[in-house]
Write a protein that binds this ligand. Structure first.
Ligand SMILES: Cc1cc2nc3c(=O)[nH]c(=O)nc-3n(C[C@H](O)[C@H](O)[C@H](O)COP(=O)(O)OP(=O)(O)OC[C@H]3O[C@@H](n4cnc5c(N)ncnc54)[C@H](O)[C@@H]3O)c2cc1C
Length: 372
């Protein structure tokens, strides 16, 4: 049976060869579950770094000139940008996790969760999200906008709902995209889903007549200081390596594996997660970890308490940096930091430092990386 890394590479290469040239023209259309060749559907791999963002871009550029595929590169770099942005403001992640529900209409919330509102397209997207664990990017924007501005529900609960069901659920992309839709990310600029836009980009499938199209952006008094990043690769001499499930970078692990005597793959169950994941998503993560660990002979998989024992033991570890998110919070809560040394991809060290301000920087980041 084909392993997951090969499968991901094949999917990427097929997309590059057949569909990438049309991406910028067609990418905004959601033609439905059975017709998804206008987008790559690679996010469930990229978000776990089965293939990393830089490899996706470099492989695409091996085939096409930059100006033919700039839009695609820009989209892939959104992930880098969001990741870097959150790295500079880790407090935002903690605030999001500790959000406590107040003044929520529970009846509306239950209808949203179960896909039984009076908005047909929204209900269908809830079903699609739960059954396929994926939604098209434009649909995620409409979904979040309807959740916040028409159903009047807190963005945090919508973001949790996505994290629970998306195979590609990602702390930075998800949290910051929800905030962007709400108008909290780019202050005063929000995303309002309109009936005509939904109709156009679903090819006329939906034309809802009950959306709040006059909503004002959300406001918040919270501001976040920008930390400088201290990403640096030290030669620790450690003989133990820990790899979390959201950074299963096969190319990187292959490059460094001979430096280690023990390689541990780490997976948190729902007991140790603040944001609980659906059964499908947990099964998917299990599958990924099992599959990738098989590539590295002698490696083992550590779960929950085993992992805590390891982290709190006297041994010293290198850990492939898992970025601000559930896994890093877990490490911070359980490890003895003297024994722990994070290691980073050189491209991350190089790119994430620029991801501080508005998205104009985006161009700067990829132009620097690609030297164009
Ligand atoms: C409210 C909301 C929540 C989101 N939550 C997540 C999430 O949890 N995890 C996640 O990976 N993406 C998230 N996204 C971004 C985006 O919707 C998905 O990455 C994309 O739809 C994945 O499908 P694809 O692989 O077919 O994308 P393609 O259009 O083929 O894009 C190629 C790759 O570029 C990256 N990408 C594309 N668009 C974006 C974007 N807007 N932001 C960040 N990366 C992007 C993804 O890695 C994607 O695989 C969210 C967007 C919104 C509006």
């Amino acid at each position: 049976m084909e392993d997951i890394h090969s499968k991901a590479i094949k999917k990427l290469d097929d997309f590059i060869n057949h569909d990438l040239p049309q991406y910028s023209r067609d990418r905004n259309y959601d033609f439905g579950i059975t017709r998804r060749n206008n987008v790559s559907m690679l996010s469930k791999y990229i978000s776990h770094r089965i293939i990393n963002e830089y490899s996706v871009v470099k492989r695409s550029l091996d085939r096409y000139k930059f100006n033919k595929i700039e839009k695609y590169i820009q989209e892939v770099f959104w992930r880098i940008y969001w990741k870097g942005w959150l790295e500079h403001r880790p407090k935002l992640w903690n605030d999001y996790l500790s959000y406590s529900v107040k003044n929520v209409d529970n009846e509306v919330l239950e209808k949203a969760y179960s896909g039984t509102t009076n908005i047909e397209c929204f209900n269908d997207w809830v079903d699609e999200l739960k059954s396929t664990n994926y939604l098209h990017n434009h649909t995620r924007m409409w979904f979040a906008s309807i959740w916040i501005f028409t159903l009047d529900l807190p963005w945090q609960l919508g973001a949790n709902f996505f994290m629970k069901h998306l195979y590609d659920g990602d702390a930075a992309s998800n949290t910051l995209s929800w905030r962007w839709v709400a108008g909290l990310q780019t202050i005063g600029k929000h995303y309002v889903a309109t009936s005509s836009n939904i109709s156009k980009f679903t090819n006329g499938k939906y034309r809802p007549n009950n959306l709040n199209e006059d909503a004002e952006p959300m406001e918040s008094s919270m501001t976040y200081d920008t930390n400088e990043l201290d990403f640096i690769n030290l030669n620790s001499g450690n003989k133990n390596l820990i790899i979390f499930e959201n950074n299963l970078d096969v190319e990187f692990i292959t490059k460094i594996k001979d430096n280690y005597e023990n390689i541990y793959f780490a997976l948190l169950s729902n007991d140790k997660r603040v944001l609980k994941l659906s059964e499908n998503v947990m099964t998917y993560k299990n599958l990924l970890v099992e599959d990738i660990s098989k590539k590295f002979t002698g490696s083992s998989i550590m779960v929950d308490d085993e992992l805590i024992s390891l982290l709190t033991s006297n041994s010293s570890f290198d850990v492939i940096y898992p970025f601000v998110g559930e896994n890093l919070s877990f490490i911070n809560n359980h490890s003895v930091s003297d024994h722990l040394n994070f290691i980073y991809l050189d491209d991350d060290i190089h790119c994430l430092q620029f991801c501080k301000k508005v998205s104009l920087i985006l161009k700067k980041i990829y132009r620097r990386l690609l030297k164009i």
